[in-house]
Write a protein that binds this ligand. Sequence first.
Ligand code: ADP
Ligand code: MG
Length: 492
Amino acid sequence: MKDRGAKGSSRSDVKLDELWTRALDRAERELGVNCVTQWIRPLRLRSIESDLAVLSASTGFLADWVERNYGLHLLRILQSLAPGLRRITLTVSEADFAPNMGERVAAATNGGHGEGHTPAAQFDYPENTPQTAPGNGYGPVPADEDLQSAPLDPRCTFESFVVGKPNELAHAAARRVAETADATFNPVFLYGGVGLGKTHLMHAIGWHLKRNRPKCKVLFLSAEHFMYRFVQALRFRDTMTFKRQFRSVDVLMIDDVQFIAGKDSTQEEFFHTFNALIDQKKQIVISGDRSPERIDGLEERICSRLQWGLVVDIHPTDYELRLGILQSKAETIAANNPSFEYDPKVLEFLAHRISSNVRVLEGALTRLFAFASLVGRRITLDMTQECLADLLRTADRKVTIDEIKRKVADHYNLRLSDLISARRARAVARPRQVAMFLAKSLTSKSLPEIGRGFGGRDHTTVIHAVRKVEQLRETDSQLADDIELLRRMLEG
Ligand code: ADP
Ligand code: MG
């Protein structure tokens, strides 16, 4: 890191750069330019050693998102260029990006560009993409610059959203917000369990407005990012800019508001921003994982403000909706990959067997698709059962975070309270990381939820734990055995 740029690239860096460039080309062909510009290009390929490729991202958010949504796809692409590769991992490295971010800001202000091959170039998004880096990245937002929305996933539009009984109200509310400018319902609060389409609907609103009312200033952010921006503003003593930027938007969408519960000064600021916008009749859309009154630590006044508007919940999916979603996604895959063929019974089978969230359904389909393209055969029921055996087992047996904590504590002879304590001694910290890792791999809980299950830890701590355990597992066979044993006990 320290001498990169000063001495120029070493030979292996050049090789990596070349490989990465080719991977990006391929990704653009397969995933589309937009998607690659938004998600993949901002990454760096840091190393390829034996069967592991390490990519780094500027934020945990980006790393997590890419891993979840494009992990398998990226692995396949890299595999085709570097045979022998079997795994990829995404690390978060602010350090990798921070100086370049500075360069980019400098380049933007004096009209120049960073040198050709520095990572700064990777941040050189075309002007009109939804995310130019400074607004999303780590650093102060230049005062004359608008706050940038978080990137919108091109796949999350109204067209791709399958409507069924459980989500029809939420869908109608989102449509209404996107199609009319009168802010009749304000704020709109969407809530529901993980993976039921809240974020998808917000992205859909964003896309719709972008297309139909390009002048309308839309700001879409996770509550976590809102807080992050606020903390940055405090740190750089620039809360005026923060206020002005937030209050100048036409539509503000904040995702996963439960995240700021218990964060007092952020809530305070949120409340003021919120009121200022409502007073100006600017539309606000907020999502949360449960209804406002059930979010612990959410201030009473925010809670009641939220209830003034339209509160709609997304219910857990039913069989018909799941089948509809699977059909629509399978058709999309098949349209882009003519060789993807499947027995329609496979979809019915999955809709029956996987009843948790849509994300898990999508994951199953992605895996089937990867499998099918590897073996080059039509997907049958038998193949599905074989390929998704572990997933189907977990779908049958719902493992909870509490069970995981109990089993891990037993296994390592710890008290349950140790796992949620703040103690950092390795004898406690390592089992805690193992438990978080298991929670991530065996449950469909989100990172913030897992963090909360472990004494209110931050989701970045969970990401760190997961990565750490993944890493250690490769070299520490005792740890690998422990994990395998625990996994079997929990799933068995
Ligand atoms: P949430 O924000 O509620 O946790 P997301 O919006 O991230 O859930 O949805 C998880 C995944 O499932 C996304 O990839 C999304 O596109 C997909 N999804 C959820 N609901 C639907 C739906 N009704 N139609 C199509 N895709 C859906
Ligand atoms: Mg979401």
